[in-house]
Structure formats: structure tokens, C-alpha cells
Design a protein around this ligand. Structure first.
Ligand code: 4G0
Length: 224
């Protein structure tokens, strides 16, 4: 998969995407990630990317010209162009699965109070939000989405890593059951007897009950 990111802060991406599984996917050629500085598509001395809203009001908007030029030069035939903003569709595991099927994504990240509406209308195929809160810019949200999508690209996770996925992906399955590893007793806290009993049917039953109870308590919305 090819992922391009158009951002005012390419430096923010150094680190999170250069470690661990994401880096392994990049080195294996499963993810081709490229960062682009929006200021490279400005033509004035001050490299202006924003301006004040017509009609007044607080804050600054990303102006259309640099973003249109950038997207037109980066976009290819099958590229899906995605804006990150708090007004987007709420990102979730189902959307991550959908994006993992694409071959070419281009993320456009804003800051200030957002984008000139014409960017939305004529450039964006989709607008995503990672949750109902406002951040100083869209770099962290893009990294969150890239992380969630990359681990779903076939071949990125090993067999041991991927088994984790099922419970949440299933949606209806709800949250995971409590898990323990050695030692069987730690600082007086014991692993539930049933788990060390070796009775597989009992263990299955206990896990089902625990997962259901935990989901009921913490995320009743997932049981709908
Ligand atoms: C566009 C995304 C971009 C509009 C971006 C802010 C949170 C998210 C930005 C705004 C972001 C998210 C209207 C404040 C940049 N913050 N929840 N900040 N407004 O995904």
C-alpha cells in the first residue's frame, strides 16, 4: 500500500512511524509511506498556507491554492484523498478494514480552524475524525489511522500478533476477557483457579462470562 501525507509538520511523523511494526512493514515493502510539506506548494516569499475567513470570525483557514496544487500533483488514478478533522466521520475498526483494502491513500491534515470549504467539496473523498476532541493539528490523528490500517495489511502481522484482532473486529463479540501470565501468584494476587485447572470447557465458559460482564459494565454500546 502507498500512503502519502500532506502536512505542515512533517517532523512530527519522525519517531512513531519509524519504530516497531510500522517500520517493519515499510522495510518489507508492504507500506510505502511518504511525507510532503504543504509549504513546498506555496509560491510567495512567506510560504503562506492560511488566511482569515471571509465574513469574519476567529482563527485561520487553510487556503485552497497550495492544497489543490499539492493534491493534484500527488494524486494518482486510484488515490483516495482523506481529510482529518474533528468534523469527520468517526474512525473505527470497520473503517480501518475498509481503508486497508485500498492501494493508495493521501491524507491531508489541517490545523487552525480548518479548511476552506472548497477543499472538502472538490478534493476530498472522505473526512475522518479519530474522536470528539480538538487537537492543535491533524498529524497525530493521521498517525493513529496509519497505524490502525497498516497492521491490517496482509503480511504485516505475524501469526502470533494477529490472533488478537478477532475479538474487537467481530464487534458483536465485545471486549476481551481478563488474561494472566506467570507467575500464578504475584504479591499475593492469584490467577483464577479455573485458568490453571486445565479444564478447557470450564476455561471457555469462564472467559465468555467474563468478557460479557466486562462489556456490559464498560461498553454496553458494543452489545447492541
Ligand atoms: C480541521 C483532527 C482540522 C478543523 C484534527 C481542526 C482533532 C482531529 C483541525 C479543525 C484536529 C480529530 C475545526 C478545530 C486540526 N483535531 N479529532 N485539529 N477545527 O480527528
Amino acid at each position: 500500500m502507498k500512503i502519502d501525507v500532506l502536512t505542515l509538520f512533517p517532523g512530527m511523523f519522525a519517531g512513531p512511524l519509524d519504530e516497531s511494526i510500522i517500520m517493519r512493514a515499510r522495510k518489507a515493502g508492504l507500506l510505502d509511506l511518504k511525507l510532503h510539506n504543504l509549504r513546498d506548494w506555496t509560491h510567495d516569499r512567506h510560504k503562506t498556507v492560511d488566511d482569515r475567513p471571509f465574513g469574519g470570525g476567529p482563527g485561520m483557514l487553510l487556503k485552497p491554492e497550495p492544497i489543490f496544487e499539492a493534491v493534484e500533483s500527488l494524486k494518482r488514478e486510484k488515490t483516495r484523498v482523506i481529510l482529518m478533522s474533528p468534523a469527520g466521520r468517526k474512525f473505527d475498526q470497520a473503517i480501518a478494514r475498509e481503508l486497508a483494502l485500498q492501494e493508495d491513500l493521501l491524507f491531508v491534515t489541517g490545523h487552525y480552524e480548518g479548511f476552506d470549504e472548497r477543499i472538502r467539496e472538490s478534493l476530498a473523498d472522505d473526512e475522518l475524525s479519530i474522536g470528539d476532541y480538538v487537537l492543535t493539528n491533524g498529524a497525530l490523528p493521521v498517525m493513529v489511522v496509519i497505524d490502525a490500517v497498516t497492521r491490517l495489511i496482509p503480511g504485516v502481522l505475524g501469526d502470533d500478533e494477529s490472533s488478537q484482532d478477532e475479538s474487537f473486529s467481530a464487534g458483536s463479540a465485545g471486549l476481551e476477557y481478563p488474561q494472566y501470565t506467570r507467575p500464578a501468584e504475584f504479591r499475593g494476587m492469584k490467577v483464577p483457579d479455573v485458568l490453571v485447572s486445565g479444564h478447557h470447557a470450564e476455561i471457555e465458559k469462564w472467559r465468555r462470562e467474563q468478557a460479557k460482564r466486562r462489556t456490559q459494565e464498560r461498553r454496553p454500546d458494543l452489545l447492541e
